[in-house]
Design a protein around this ligand. Structure first.
Ligand SMILES: C[S@@+](CC[C@H](N)C(=O)[O-])C[C@H]1O[C@@H](n2cnc3c(N)ncnc32)[C@H](O)[C@@H]1O
Length: 215
């Protein structure tokens, strides 16, 4: 299912802050070196959206679950102040080696703390204090709820969790799609909307993005 009509989708891309040279080169290298995985990378408009959300929240302490080649991490880190920190979680040394090169080029290496391990382990090891201002979840879909449950208690009031791919190209609407990630995403969406610790809104940004703000 096209969430947004393709013409509108192109128009949206043409009418937001454009990606700079670093992000354009990263997207091009990812497409060339990893053509099968490249669609996992967030788009230019979603990247601009993340930077703006980080700035609007006034975030200093951020967490990302699902780094891949580092595009969204650049967008998040750019919204942080110079002394802000992004803890970036992934399991792939190979893909994040590309990310490290581009973080260096973007002069963001000091702002990003890459943790290579299953994200559930990394999140569980974080201090329990509610000091996280902003989190972005874009990794293995079956574990989104695990990540969300680890992050919500650690989020400060007014802090924001952004969840990507919540529409799964429309598959969440059709119960005949019953693979594990489809079922998991339906469960997650129901859990978030019924969670009285947060206010939430689901937006048709690319593959669907939920914003959950801690009360
Ligand atoms: C959709 S991609 C992330 C795309 C990235 N946000 C971007 O803008 O390019 C998903 C990533 O999640 C990572 N991942 C999958 N399972 C994971 C796990 N259990 N813990 C941490 N990362 C995981 C994959 O290695 C992959 O890099």
């Amino acid at each position: 299912m096209d969430i947004i009509h393709p013409q509108v989708s192109d128009y949206l891309l043409d009418n937001c802050t454009p990606a700079d040279e670093v992000l354009r080169d990263l997207a091009a290298e990812t497409r060339k070196a990893l053509p099968d995985q490249a669609p996992m990378q967030i788009s230019q408009d979603e990247g601009a959206f993340l930077t703006m959300l980080v700035q609007l929240v006034g975030a200093r302490q951020a967490v990302e679950v699902g780094v891949f080649t580092g595009y969204s991490a650049i967008c998040i880190a750019r919204g942080l102040p110079a002394d802000g920190r992004l803890i970036a979680c992934d399991v792939s040394e190979e893909w994040t080696s590309v990310a490290r090169r581009y973080w260096d080029r973007a002069d963001l290496t000091d702002r990003i703390d890459l943790r290579i391990a299953p994200a559930a382990e990394t999140l569980r090891a974080l201090p329990a204090d509610p000091v996280i201002d902003f989190a972005f979840i874009d990794a293995d879909k079956v574990n989104y709820l695990v990540y969300y449950e680890e992050l919500v208690p650690r989020l400060r009031p007014g802090g924001l969790i952004v969840l990507d791919n919540v529409l799964r190209e429309g598959r969440v609407l059709d119960l005949t799609f019953d693979e594990a990630p489809d079922v998991a995403m339906r469960q997650l969406n129901a859990a978030v909307v019924n969670d009285d610790r947060v206010d939430s809104v689901m937006l048709p940004v690319r593959d669907g993005v939920t914003l959950a703000r801690k009360r």
